[in-house]
Design a protein around this ligand. Structure first.
Ligand SMILES: Nc1ncnc2c1ncn2[C@@H]1O[C@H](COP(=O)(O)OP(=O)(O)O)[C@@H](O)[C@H]1O
Ligand SMILES: CC(=O)OP(=O)(O)O
Ligand SMILES: [Mg+2]
Length: 426
């Protein structure tokens, strides 16, 4: 019988789930419960060709999981017959404690709960999801897979904040980095991609020299610099607030703004809410979904246009910074909801980075596909396209022209694989 893993990805207001066969990589069934805690909730469950939608308020992540198990019961596939070997849970913050996938016991739940102040949007949902899943699926092993784990080996120069060393030691302050499951999955997929394998072979180099920048642009967004498969820098920090502009978070801000606001009478919890829930695209334009920001900008809304400019400016800055950190870029990759779907964000980032040799092939960039693919100009003259060489006074482009790629992330599959590995190895 096929063995499967049930993967639960508890977000701040959603629960995404997949029943995955980690060996084939196939998703058997899955879905999402959205707007948890709001007055209008909704669940969408997919199995094969069938899709079931339930609209009803869902008070918390426990209720969301109960609803998901009911949907499996009512519409299939039957979880009893699905050959489930384990449940894999995405946990955003693992702190300094968790750097590997970890079997869940009571102490692990307590430790994840203790980390809530460092990931206030994400860890509460993970705790709730784990508690209810352990209760309802008590016969199965549960494994926690941490967003921070991939970044545990960050070099000290990238991980250390230039603060008083006694304070950083006492409070465990360092750059942890997040979306690590995605950055790990995508950077491995890039390394294995035929275009990258061919590029390295043509240049006579091994994969240990591959310099990648990965842009994970979802609701939360982060960049990473990866050398030979190992992370050397990432934009999120001690918490998932730092770095790129996100749906509701500002990314980098001057910490002096926080003190100014507190001195001006705003409470610390209000500043926390401002930074986690009322900033980023939402704060600047009134909407947090990139599709809505686009609509507003296309209709001439000045705030939405500025929000897009700020978003792109920050991305270009990080790509440039990581080119410096890596000593050059071999592959720049876009992933997650915005990165995979919004070709204008991709061209907007790359447009002004020609000095790094980066380019976009408009036809490849605008074509829709669910496959990992190259969207830059291929080195060498090509029919109908203007080769990068044109930028270099008609010279042949060098073979080391960097690639720009779009690679769909699959955090659920990565979690399923790591969960299965741990369960089978124990
Ligand atoms: N076709 C699209 N064009 C632009 N943005 C899109 C498109 N499809 C999805 N997105 C963006 O992707 C975001 C969600 O990305 P996703 O990776 O699913 O985020 P998360 O896992 O953090 O919820 C949405 O907020 C939306 O802005
Ligand atoms: C860490 C983080 O920001 O996750 P998400 O993008 O799911 O909000
Ligand atoms: Mg995500």
């Amino acid at each position: 019988m096929t063995q499967t893993v049930l993967v639960l990805n508890s977000g701040s207001s959603s629960l995404k789930y997949q029943l995955v066969d980690p060996t084939s990589g196939q998703s058997v069934a899955g879905g999402i419960v959205e707007r948890i805690g709001e007055s209008t909730g909704s669940a969408t469950h997919q199995w094969g060709e069938s899709e079931t939608v339930r609209d009803a308020p869902v008070p918390d992540h426990g209720a969301a999981l109960r609803l998901v198990l009911d949907l499996f019961d009512e519409t299939g596939p039957s979880l009893a017959d699905a050959g489930i070997t384990a449940v894999g849970h995405r946990v955003v913050h693992g702190g300094a404690v968790f750097t590997e996938p970890t079997p869940v016991d009571d102490d692990v739940v307590t430790a994840v709960r203790d980390l809530i102040p460092l990931a206030p949007l994400h860890n509460p949902a993970a705790v709730k999801g784990i508690e209810v899943a352990r209760e309802l699926l008590s016969h199965l092993p549960h494994v926690a897979v941490f967003d921070t784990a991939f970044f545990a080996p960050l070099p000290a120069a990238a991980a250390t904040y230039a603060l008083d060393r006694k304070v950083t030691a006492e409070h465990g302050i360092r750059r942890y980095g997040f979306h690590g499951t995605s950055h790990g999955f995508v950077s491995s997929a890039v390394t294995a991609h035929p275009a990258v394998v061919a590029k390295l072979a043509a240049e006579g180099r091994g994969p240990e020299t591959l310099r990648q920048v990965v842009l994970h642009l979802g609701n939360g967004a982060s960049a990473s610099a990866v050398l030979g498969g190992r992370p050397v820098d990432t934009s999120m920090g001690f918490t998932p607030l730092e770095g790129l502009v996100m749906g509701t978070r500002p990314g980098d801000v001057d910490p002096g703004i926080v003190f100014h606001l507190v001195r001006a009478g705003m409470s610390a919890p209000d500043v926390d809410t401002l930074l986690n829930k009322q900033s980023g695209l939402l704060g600047m334009s009134g909407v947090n979904d990139m599709r809505e920001v686009r609509k507003l900008a296309d209709s001439g809304d000045a705030d939405a246009r500025l929000a897009l400019e700020v978003y792109l400016h920050r991305l270009r800055k990080y790509v440039g910074a990581y080119a410096a950190v890596l000593g050059g870029i071999d592959v720049l990759t876009f992933t997650a909801g915005v990165g995979e779907n919004d070709h204008r964000v991709r061209s907007g980032v790359v447009r002004d980075l020609k000095f790094l040799g980066l380019s976009i092939d408009p036809a490849a960039n605008e074509a829709r596909s669910d496959e990992a693919r190259v969207v830059s100009m291929t080195p060498g003259p090509r029919d109908g396209s203007e080769p990068l060489a044109a930028l270099r006074q008609g010279q042949e482009p060098p073979v080391e022209t960097p690639l720009v790629m779009v690679v769909p992330t699959n955090e659920e599959l990565a979690i399923a694989r790591q969960t299965m590995e741990l369960v089978e190895g124990s």
